[in-house]
Design a protein around this ligand. Structure first.
Ligand code: ARG
Length: 247
């Protein structure tokens, strides 16, 4: 091979490698677009929320290009398992059965589970009062497991959060049992004057960003979450969406 030909070949190979690095394929990020105030479409049709903006800030910090892939919540863990998405953020509670099949970042948000009833309801105050009542919750979530553990059996499951509220307002169920942030948010916004949150917070829920097992992204995201907790980026975002300083 002549010297000229060698360097010509090298130039071609090197530019392919360089192209590959600069134009790396965007990450596909799974999200359920119906979980206010974490991920939803606002009045202008823009996709926004605490999770959406947190993920965006982390990705920018890490110099990662990404694309959202919206799906029902119950499809997220299977999609990670089959590697059809590279990451997911959707208020996903870190729990041991999920940790067996996917990897989670350091927890980025702490919540609980609560009861939501119609404004005029006076007989439901705690989880025990749900025993002989009709309850709605979201498919494949920690609330399904918790209700089962409390022997609450008359449970209607929906893939979509808006359906839970609709079912409660139209009298299809007596209560909704689900994560505290979306229920509080609904009671203070679209559901104001129509519904109320009652009783204590049940079963702490720590949310993590999830990745396929063995993904190198887990550590990178964890480091950035910890950095954002130190440098005020997290506090700013938390105040924007929850109106109170983060703990
Ligand atoms: N935190 C609960 C869970 O992980 C519910 C999450 C629902 N999230 C959503 N985007 N719909 O099971």
């Amino acid at each position: 091979m002549t010297k000229f030909f060698k360097s010509f070949l090298c130039a071609i190979i090197c530019s392919f490698i360089a192209l590959g690095t600069v134009h790396a394929k965007p990450l596909i990020v799974g999200v359920d677009a119906n979980f206010r105030p974490f991920e939803f479409k606002n009045e202008k049709g823009e996709f926004t929320g605490f999770d959406v903006q947190l993920f965006d800030a982390i990705a920018k910090d890490l110099g990662l290009d990404y694309k959202w892939q919206t799906m029902d919540f119950n499809g997220i863990i299977p999609a990670l398992q089959s590697n059809s998405i590279d990451a997911a953020i959707a208020g996903i509670t870190i729990k041991s059965s999920r940790e067996e099949v996917v990897d989670f970042s350091y927890p980025y948000y702490d919540a609980g589970l609560v009861i939501l009833v119609r404004e005029d309801n006076d007989d439901i105050k705690t989880i025990d009062d749900l025993k002989d009542k009709k309850v709605a919750t979201k498919l494949a979530t920690t609330s399904v497991d918790f209700l089962k553990s409390q022997n609450i059996t008359d449970v209607k499951l929906f893939p979509n959060t808006d359906n839970l509220f609709m079912e409660l307002l139209t009298g299809g169920v007596d209560a909704v049992f689900f994560d505290s942030p979306p229920l509080m948010y609904y009671s203070q916004n679209q559901g104001k004057g129509k519904v109320k949150v009652v009783g204590p917070l049940y079963q702490g829920q720590s949310y993590g960003i999830a990745f396929p097992q063995g993904s190198e992204l887990r550590e990178k995201f964890t480091i950035t979450i910890l950095k954002f907790k130190e440098d005020g980026t997290y506090a700013k975002l938390y105040e924007k969406w929850f109106g109170a300083p983060s703990k």
